[in-house]
Design a protein around this ligand. Sequence first.
Ligand SMILES: [Zn+2]
Ligand SMILES: [Zn+2]
Length: 133
Amino acid sequence: MAFQDQTLTCRDCGKGFVWTASEQEFYQQKGFQNAPVRCPADRAAKKARMDGGGRQRELHEITCANCGRKDSVPFQPRGDKPVLCGDCFRKQRDGELKVEEKHDSVEEEEIKESPEPSEEKAPEEKTEESEEK
Ligand SMILES: [Zn+2]
Ligand SMILES: [Zn+2]
């Protein structure tokens, strides 16, 4: 079925606006049941308000396994790993901090949910035995 441009009335500003055929097609593809109630300008304005309104990524509250501070992380913490606050996470990543793993296997799992995009894996620690005199 071909779509035809429709003229709708914006709920916010009361002006008429054109709901184009291609937009209708887009809506149908997305499975939206309802026609837009706002003109594109008001839709953009509303979206901007929503974006600024703090509905960001879902945060999970954690207690840092190192310093005990409460923090939120943008990923779902897994029960079998110590969860760190942002500061400690960075320190650990930079090698300034060693966090005791609960389990023995020291397989280095790559941290997929790192808050910041980290480049590759950290270089493997050199097992240089420092000879002390
Ligand atoms: Zn409007
Ligand atoms: Zn911490």
